[in-house]
Design a binder for this molecule. Structure first.
Ligand SMILES: C[S@@+](CC[C@H](N)C(=O)[O-])C[C@H]1O[C@@H](n2cnc3c(N)ncnc32)[C@H](O)[C@@H]1O
Length: 434
């Protein structure tokens, strides 16, 4: 297997390729490297780049230089899978590294074409790139560090290159969870002990502990990765066991109503009861409260709930009955908070949902679950009806979830649609089946 690298600065790779495991891999001939310079494909004193057409500064590597480099390397090592680098490329993550290691094993020749300056002439990439990779949403001076990142990450998947191959299968971002914490001697350091279970010699207990630690850390620090990669029932259950308990309250009081947006109350609607109950059940919400202080409205809810508790409800639709079993009624948000505090032994964090962005300090996006979850408290998501929650209630909330928006200025979702979207973004699985 050969990796050809054509760079503006091939000297950058000399110590990189002659150190540690990469050096050993080439000594064992598991992989060979061919270092080449773009300058090999121009006459002495001729430039490899030229100014960008149009306004704006910057130099661009000429397409014919790339063409000659590709032809020369393919003549030596056969047809190559060609990798270009750009911050605009596909993200290089662990699954991508594994895939490219497979490509290297299959095609036997990979060619890396890291660029510099403003990049390469767009036509060269169009013509030759089998893939263009980005190592993250930031801009470096050149593609050499990205190329080295690729080499290090990809070669870990090639058998024989790193000592313990099974460690690769347990690495962070190989599955839905990150790696477990590792410890070595001494047993006590700076007053900190290696956890007893790790020293117990009980392999089953160690395995279980490691899995739990990995899942817990992933939920707290990399939840969006977990959302995108959790597939099996077992992993979903493990992940769910570390997600803080969530509650939802649909507020028919403490909301703004009418054109003047005055504080008031709204009426309950049966469709919001069962649709939101079904969303809550789907996303693992423990209890869904309808909050109304109005006796006539409470009676409507009670009548509705008693239908679903009855055998007729079960016969009518057993699945819906299951969802509605988690619906409860309270007269005020304070009563809901009291109820949760009693159940959980901890005050819930209040997270408001709103169609308007109100306060930046407490704002939390759908990528920041950890901000809320780090408190290790139950979470109460407050949904408003009418024209939304009152400023008084909003000011009591610990966090304000970002509003849901499309690329339009229409901003009038029904509360049940908003609830479903919010729950899916906040707690949903968005994984691609492998
Ligand atoms: C200064 S950058 C050009 C950036 C370009 N003007 C843009 O904004 O997309 C020069 C070269 O560095 C490499 N590079 C910079 N940042 C990178 C990243 N995040 N991932 C991969 N390659 C990167 C690419 O080869 C790129 O062509």
């Amino acid at each position: 297997m050969n990796i050809s690298i054509v760079s503006v600065f091939p000297e950058l790779y000399t110590s990189f390729l002659s150190t540690s495991l990469i050096k050993r891999a080439s000594e064992k001939r598991l992989v060979t490297f061919e270092l080449d310079s773009f300058f090999s494909y121009v006459k002495p004193k001729e430039r490899i780049d030229a100014p960008t057409f149009g306004p704006g500064s910057g130099m661009v590597i000429k397409p014919e230089v790339v063409q000659k480099a590709v032809a020369a390397q393919e003549l030596k090592h056969g047809h190559a899978y060609k990798i270009f680098f750009s911050p605009q490329g596909q993200l290089l993550d662990q699954p991508m590294l594994k895939k490219l290691a497979g490509v290297l094993q299959e095609k036997r020749h990979i060619m890396l074409l890291p660029s510099r300056y403003e990049g390469m002439d767009a036509r060269a990439e169009q013509e030759y790139a089998d893939i263009t990779l980005s190592i993250g949403d930031y801009v470096l001076m050149g593609g050499d560090i990205p190329a080295m990142v690729l080499i290090e990450g990809m070669l870990r998947f090639i058998p024989g290159i790193i000592g313990k191959e099974d460690s690769v299968t347990q690495d962070s971002f190989t599955g839905p969870f990150v790696d477990y914490p590792a410890y070595t001697e001494p047993v006590e350091w700076e007053g900190k002990l290696v956890p007893e279970v790790v020293r117990s010699g009980n392999h089953q207990a160690i395995d279980r502990w490691r899995k739990e630690q990995a899942a817990k850390k992933s939920i707290m620090c990399h939840f969006n990765w977990v959302q995108r990669h959790v597939v099996t029932k077992e992993d979903k259950e493990l992940a769910a066991s570390f997600i803080p308990t969530h509650y939802v309250a649909l507020c028919h009081a403490d909301v703004l109503i009418g054109e003047q947006k005055q504080p008031g109350t709204t009426s309950v609607t049966s469709i919001d009861i069962h649709d939101i109950a079904r969303s809550c059940k789907t996303y693992g919400v423990k209890q869904y409260w309808l909050v109304t202080p109005l006796i006539d409205q409470q009676k409507i809810v009670q009548k509705f709930l008693s239908f679903w508790e009855s055998d007729i409800g079960a016969t009518y639709n057993a699945q819906r009955q299951k969802a509605i079993a988690a619906v409860a009624l309270e007269a005020s948000i304070d009563k809901v908070i009291e109820n949760i505090a009693q159940k959980e032994g901890k005050q819930p964090l209040l997270v408001a949902t709103s169609a308007r962005q109100v306060d930046h300090d407490r704002a939390v996006s759908f990528f920041e679950q950890s901000k809320v979850w780090q408190h290790e408290r139950p979470v109460l998501l407050l949904l408003g009806t009418g024209k939304g929650l009152t400023p008084e209630i909003m000011s009591r909330c610990d966090y304000l979830l970002d509003p849901i928006e499309g690329f339009t200025d229409f901003n009038h979702l029904s509360v049940r649609s908003a609830a479903a979207i919010i729950l899916d973004r906040w707690l949903g699985v968005h994984a691609k089946k492998m």
